[in-house]
Write a protein that binds this ligand. Sequence first.
Ligand SMILES: Nc1nc2c(c(=O)[nH]1)N[C@H]1C(S)=C(S)[C@@H](COP(=O)(O)O)O[C@H]1N2
Ligand SMILES: [Mo]
Length: 201
Amino acid sequence: MATRGFTGKPPSEAHSDRIPPGQHLVENFPVLTAGPTPRVSLADWSFTLKIGPRPVKRWTWTEFEALAQTKMTRDIHCVTKWSKLNTPWAGVLIDDLLAEAGLEPPTAFILAHSYDGYSTNVPVADLTGGRAMIATRYEGSALPTDHGGPARLLVPHLYFWKSAKWVNALQFTEREVAGFWELRGYHLHADPWREQRYSDD
Ligand SMILES: Nc1nc2c(c(=O)[nH]1)N[C@H]1C(S)=C(S)[C@@H](COP(=O)(O)O)O[C@H]1N2
Ligand SMILES: [Mo]
């Protein structure tokens, strides 16, 4: 049975203002991964900020857990057309990481890198101002491995392929450098409200 809210409308209609064009709501949480799921132990895990090829700050898991933690509940939208409302995350805001590293963004673009070799590019403007985090918790528990645990990038206002799972580095780049899906024809920016799915959208 679908749960109906006080409006008596099915949830899909009740929340239509929150569902971007071409999307439909799901209640489950699909898993989408291009290759095998990497297993990273917390003892081996680290996260690095880089400027071009140069590492400028690195945190171990223990150090990362000691940073200011923020909760964020957001709607997420996958380019394969599912959207999920009110997903509850916690982790470290990109703003707080930059402050901790004593860094003003040196360029306007970031390439996120992951333990499985995945990458995705995101403009710095989409990562700052409280809009994005490195998430380490989902629904109050450790982020499940399938969904990117120990830690994933979360950029909820862009299509979900921008939210790199198993993230281990953010690299400032001089120019916009296409990541895994962007090299395969997906959009460089990926705003779901503008349906920026493919490079020519
Ligand atoms: N490292 C990594 N991150 C990734 C992917 C991937 O294959 N590898 N897939 C992306 C895609 S296409 C989507 S839709 C989301 C899916 O996240 P989920 O499995 O938690 O739903 O992760 C994104 N992040
Ligand atoms: Mo996706």
